[in-house]
Design a protein around this ligand. Structure first.
Ligand code: ZN
Ligand code: MN
Length: 144
């Protein structure tokens, strides 16, 4: 399901909401509500953070965005609701998609009566950019 598919039948469209949807469509940066607010308000200075937040909640309820609780500072949003996994940088919190098909099926016994609605694997580490900076820091320390 694409984020914009038949969306005008599901939510009342306003120029602000349209701008939020346009920002999210195809966005792979896993933005926070703050990121979306900062970007959209460049074009719509009157938009409130509450509008952004409420729109995200509505989209979440409609299964048009996935809310990610993997950044402990802020919730992040993913317009790709299809099954995929994430690489997370412990330093800058950059989140990157992984599309590997992991064998994630569990037996009925392992499910312990739960109905499974989401399967998600998270890999934590350092992104290439942060690795470079960290190595540089190490070098300086060694010279002292
Ligand atoms: Zn990083
Ligand atoms: Mn993703």
């Amino acid at each position: 399901m694409k984020i914009l598919e038949n969306i005008e039948k599901k939510i009342k469209m306003t120029p602000q909401r349209a701008a939020i949807l346009k920002y999210l469509e195809g966005n792979t940066s896993h933005p926070s509500a703050e990121d979306i607010f900062e970007s959209v308000r460049k074009k719509y200075p009157m938009i409130s953070f509450t509008t952004v937040y409420n729109t995200l909640q509505t989209l979440k309820d409609l299964d048009r965005v996935r809310e990610l609780n993997i950044d402990d500072e802020r919730k992040r949003y993913d317009p790709n609701v299809n099954l995929h996994h994430h690489l997370i940088c412990n330093n800058c919190k950059k989140i990157v998609d992984i599309f590997i098909d992991f064998p994630l099926d569990i037996s009925e016994e392992e499910a312990q009566g739960y109905t499974i609605s989401c399967r998600h694997v998270e890999f934590y580490g350092l992104c290439p950019k942060c690795r470079k900076t960290k190595n540089k820091g190490q070098g300086n320390r060694n010279r002292d």
